[in-house]
Design a protein around this ligand. Sequence first.
Ligand SMILES: Nc1ncnc2c1ncn2[C@@H]1O[C@H](COP(=O)(O)OP(=O)(O)OP(=O)(O)O)[C@@H](O)[C@H]1O
Length: 258
Amino acid sequence: MITVDKAGHWFRPEHWLFRDLSFALAPGKITAVLGPNGTGKTTLLRALCGTLALREGSVSADAAIGYVPQALNAGHAYSALDMVLLGRARYLGRFGVPRQADAERAFECLSEVGLAHIATQRYDRLSGGQRQLVLLARALATDCRVLVLDEPASALDLANQGVVLRLVRQLADRRELAVLFTTHHPDHALGVADEALLMLRDARHIHGPIENALTEANLSELYGVPVRRVDAIATDEVATAFVPLYGLRRAASRAEAS
Ligand SMILES: Nc1ncnc2c1ncn2[C@@H]1O[C@H](COP(=O)(O)OP(=O)(O)OP(=O)(O)O)[C@@H](O)[C@H]1O
């Protein structure tokens, strides 16, 4: 669906953000992209969506891509449903007027992210998390085959993070969408992704099956802090957290002792 071949990009001459990057997005598969701030994750997303021309290599896509930004200002007093309806733009008729079927599809997508009850509320007055979910609904309304999400859970509370991660997994499993998302949460990546792309500093990267890529050693190198993996086992579920060892508690107990 999407093939990235030997991709490379820089904004400052010879300061490569990434280089020699090759991977593919396939139907039903989820790829998580992780890396420190400024390593080029959003830049890579822009290249995938065709809004940035790479310095090296190529991206080829044979399917429509739905892009979900971290945030977007509406610019007008649109309702949440209007925002989702914008996702139908490419299907509108000659005079650009949405039909009943478009409105129904938009409402369906808003319901899918659990926000049917705020359909008539103004988008610009919603919370950051609600707006993020509306933008996901807007991408779904495009009926894309590839979904590209920039930190989809960054503004969401713990429960809604689970809602979005489950939804993303369902979209891959049931609708056979190819999905790529960026995240600063390795546990989110392990929870739903099939593959991980770790974008390290100095234009290096690690790409592979999720369990192989998200090791303590790789994550410690990626973020420059020691990272430990902790598995919490409940009745019918294993949840994994990757815990950075910042030394905060040790410092606090030393202060208490003195
Ligand atoms: N249009 C641009 N012109 C010049 N430099 C840019 C441009 N866009 C991004 N950059 C720079 O490229 C680097 C990578 O930016 P990018 O937004 O891709 O990082 P990121 O990995 O998504 O970071 P974060 O995790 O903080 O969102 C940054 O140093 C940024 O300042």
